[in-house]
Design a protein around this ligand. Structure first.
Ligand SMILES: Nc1nc2c(c(=O)[nH]1)N[C@H]1C(S)=C(S)[C@@H](COP(=O)(O)OP(=O)(O)OC[C@H]3O[C@@H](n4cnc5c(=O)[nH]c(N)nc54)[C@H](O)[C@@H]3O)O[C@H]1N2
Ligand SMILES: Nc1nc2c(c(=O)[nH]1)N[C@H]1C(S)=C(S)[C@@H](COP(=O)(O)OP(=O)(O)OC[C@H]3O[C@@H](n4cnc5c(=O)[nH]c(N)nc54)[C@H](O)[C@@H]3O)O[C@H]1N2
Ligand code: SF4
Ligand SMILES: [Mo]
Length: 733
């Protein structure tokens, strides 16, 4: 029998305590104030430790956190070549000077005894040999030259790269230039596995792939909808914006199947069954139409095809919405009334609404909802996203430096196929491969590539499957620029020296490029040199000069077209029009057709679902870890992990005769892993949640675990890789 998905939801008021957030915050404060030793490992250095007795005066150097897109800026106190303290920059208007322990863990990660600081080459028998940096560059260049000589013009399709959230824009640009010089355009951005559906749909429907406004505008709004955006845990330093919004009486609504720390800041939360947000949005639009809460004339100003939309949503009655989303009708009415009555609404998209096979229609419907209610353009209106904000100009620059390339770009799916068919010669693996669904299949595909280079920090699963390892600098060890969620560009100076032969990706790719292409390669000696050239070449960067960016405590918001031009915050539709070619939003799209919702693939509530897997699988990020790799090497952060856990509602536990603390197998149709059961009212009945950060090579037991994507099938929506919504089951061990 399928599990009831309509059990009334009760909020777990003890959630914050059980999550030990208090300890977490205490830790954060402790590190900032004193650098107190909090390490759980005798081997490791604590964050900001090794305070020297020398009287050498401390130096303050500006930096920024390399992790989440809040991009906290800080001053590092440096003495005797070591960071003693990291102090959040109180003049940063986005963060107010706060930082979270992930950012502060950078010192520990840099000083980790597990860090690899020399290039290594894998021998035929699988053992590693230490080599020099010059040898690593020469070996890579030789492989690249051989590929170019053998395959000529076709070589461009035999070389590819996966990209991380880089230590700096200059590293990313150098990597792209080297790739482009070899004729390849096959660089896989992390965005592809992230919020790319939201970014692409925003481009298609509003003409900008970025957030359409900046976070300060929520203070001008009347309603903020956090649609699957777990803001407090995933952008911790942004919680203050929710506090400020509440002080201004902005109503805050949260849509998430789980209660999280974010729930404590909101006025109203609905808990849809995972993957059904599209139906919720269609139901809301239908309700607005049926109950005359929509000014149709105004709606047509941005959405001339309103009648088509009305037709697409008309079957989503309140009964139908409740049946599919599990949200009780009175809550759907309440939500629709709140939305219908607000003339200043900002929607903040979480990545989760992209992480299902029906991400495209879901995102489109919510954007249309903003469009028809007059909430796309102007103060206090628009759409924000988690991870976006990337300023434009990169392609212009890469082309200007290394020529146009008209080759059609593969997505990761096609690249994976090329690897399986042994059609790829060189892979620059600059990310985890564990970020893609069906991690085991991806690993197997990479196994067919004869030369895999991994740039990284530790002996991770990616290093293990590579032929060449090149050690990278952590962010305080080199200068460079980066961007944050508000499209703000920040600059950091070099704070300390890098150990061993660690280099920036900028240096490695530039050195390989020069070795292969000689003087034809556009070589920059320093990140400063490249940054200045960028501003010279890309018109939208003319006003983002290094001098200005360096001075600013929180970065400058892109674009600024004039030298000394004014920085613009807020709505990007400055002319009062969308940036699409005709200024309208489409309902019947040439590529994606009309708005239509289908259940996520392999979901237990899809038609013809496999009833052997009756629970809905979801996973996601946790406040105390950054992605799936590096922070797993921080002892201080490890103490907040509990290993592989799986959370379920008490009703679910009862139904399957499971109890809190039980050891269970979490199993999907493609694999299983051991987990510890957490019974909590913070999650919707019928759904399971497991954290995504664990890493098989983590040096701490609490962080060790198979990659969660090893048990996620190879299902995507047409743009984003999707990770959620598949059926799963729990069995007691
Ligand atoms: N601590 C920490 N912070 C991070 C990161 C990190 O690794 N660690 N990574 C950064 C990056 S790159 C990104 S892209 C962002 C991602 O930020 P988010 O997209 O906010 O992150 P997720 O944890 O994937 O999902 C957020 C919430 O979606 C809920 N959810 C799951 N399924 C559904 C659904 O079907 N509908 C709705 N409405 N909600 C659902 C989950 O319960 C979860 O609470 O976080 C950034 N911040
Ligand atoms: N199961 C599951 N999968 C997910 C997600 C999830 O929540 N759950 N989230 C998705 C999202 S939102 C994202 S953004 C992606 C993130 O996925 P990834 O970008 O793969 O993230 P990481 O696990 O941090 O791995 C990055 C690796 O890149 C390398 N690296 C880091 N910094 C640098 C650098 O400056 N230079 C170079 N050369 N290398 C560097 C390090 O070796 C590190 O191991 O994962 C996606 N996949
Ligand atoms: S909130 Fe984000 S940017 Fe700020 S310190 Fe934490 S991880 Fe880094
Ligand atoms: Mo992301």
């Amino acid at each position: 029998m399928p599990i009831s998905l309509h059990t009334p939801y009760k909020k777990d008021n003890n959630m914050l305590n059980t999550y030990s957030r208090r300890n977490f915050l205490k830790l954060s404060a402790g590190i900032v104030a004193s650098g107190t030793a909090l390490s759980s490992s005798p081997k490791a250095h604590a964050m900001g430790q090794k305070i020297s007795k020398s009287t050498e005066p401390a130096k303050l150097v500006k930096g920024y956190c390399p992790f989440c897109q809040v991009r906290c800026t800080y001053h590092a106190e440096v003495r005797n070549g070591k960071i003693e303290r990291i102090i959040g920059d109180k003049d940063n208007r986005w963060t107010g000077g706060s930082m979270c322990p992930k950012g502060l863990s950078i010192v520990e990660l840099m000083e980790s005894p597990h860090r690899l600081v020399h290039p290594m080459k894998k021998e035929a028998d699988g053992s590693w040999t230490k080599i020099s940096y010059d040898e690593a560059v020469k070996l890579t260049a030789q492989k690249m030259r051989a590929c170019l000589d053998t395959h000529k013009d076709a070589a461009g399709d035999r070389i590819a790269m996966t990209m991380p959230l880089w230590d700096s824009r200059e590293s990313e640009l150098a990597a792209l230039i080297t790739l482009n010089m070899a004729g390849s355009v096959h660089a896989m951005p992390p965005g592809e596995t992230c919020v790319s559906t939201a970014a692409n749909m925003l481009t298609m429907m509003a003409g900008t792939g970025n957030p359409t406004t900046t976070v300060n505008e929520i203070l001008n709004s009347k309603l903020l909808i956090l649609w699957g955006a777990n803001l407090c845990e995933l952008y911790p330093a942004y919680s203050r914006w929710l506090v400020m919004a509440k002080e201004k009486n902005v109503q805050i609504v949260y849509i998430d199947p789980r209660s999280t720390s974010t729930s404590n800041f909101v006025d109203f939360q609905v808990h849809p069954i995972p993957g059904t947000d599209g139906v919720l949005a269609m139901g809301i639009i239908n309700y607005l139409v049926q109950n005359e809460l929509l000014d149709e004339e105004k709606a047509r100003e941005l959405v001339p095809e309103l009648d088509v939309l009305k037709e697409d949503v008309q079957s989503y009655s309140l009964e139908q919405v409740e049946a599919i989303t599990g949200v009780p009708q009175d809550q759907v009415i309440k939500l629709a009334e709140i939305i219908g009555k607000s003339d200043r609404t900002i929607v903040w998209f979480g990545g989760s609404i992209c992480r299902y096979t029906n991400g495209i229609p879901t995102v489109r419907t919510v954007i249309l909802m903003q469009g028809i209610t007059g909430n796309m353009i102007g103060e206090g209106r628009g759409i924000l996203t988690m991870h976006s904000g990337k300023p434009g100009g990169e392609h212009e620059f890469v082309e200007a430096m290394s020529g146009k390339n008209t080759r059609a770009k593969m997505n990761f799916r096609r690249l994976r196929l090329a690897m399986s068919k042994k059609k790829l010669d060189i892979l620059f693996l600059n990310s985890s491969y564990r970020r893609y669904p069906d991690g085991k299949g991806v690993r197997e595909a990479i196994g067919n590539v004869p030369f895999v280079v991994h740039c990284g920090f530790y002996m991770t699963p990616e290093a293990e499957i590579s032929h060449l390892f090149v050690p990278m600098t952590f962010s305080p060890e080199a200068a460079g620029s980066a961007y944050g969620n508000e499209k703000e560009t920040v600059w950091r100076d070099q704070i300390v020296e890098a150990p061993g032969e660690c280099v920036t990706a900028m240096k490695f790719y530039s050195d390989v490029g020069r070795e292969v292409f000689g003087d034809k390669y556009p070589y920059f000696n320093t990140p400063e040199e490249m940054y200045n050239k960028f501003c010279e070449v890309v018109p939208s960067w003319k006003g983002l000069t290094l001098e200005r960016v360096r001075k600013s405590p929180d970065g400058l918001v892109w674009p600024i077209y004039e030298e000394n031009g004014e920085e613009r915050l807020g709505c990007v539709f400055t002319e009062g029009k969308l940036l699409t070619p005709d200024g309208f939003m489409k309902v019947n799209d040439k590529v994606f057709g009309r708005i239509k919702w289908t259940a996520p693939k392999d979901s237990p509530y899809a038609p013809k679902a496999n009833q052997d897997f009756p629970l809905i699988f979801t996973q996601g990020k946790v406040v105390h870890h950054w992605q799936h790799t590096v922070t797993n090497y921080s002892p201080s952060l490890a103490q907040f992990s509990q290993g592989r856990t799986v959370s379920v509602h008490p009703d679910t536990a009862k139904k399957y005769e499971l109890a809190d603390g039980d050891k269970v197998y979490l199993e999907t149709p493609v694999g299983k892993t051991e987990a510890k059961l957490i019974v909590s009212e913070a999650i919707l009945p019928g759904t399971v949640f497991t954290p995504s950060h664990l890493c098989p090579s983590a040096p701490f037991e609490q962080n060790k675990g198979i990659a969660v994507n090893d048990i996620v099938p190879n299902n995507w929506d047409r743009i984003s890789c999707q990770h959620n919504g598949v059926g799963c089951r729990l069995t007691k061990i």
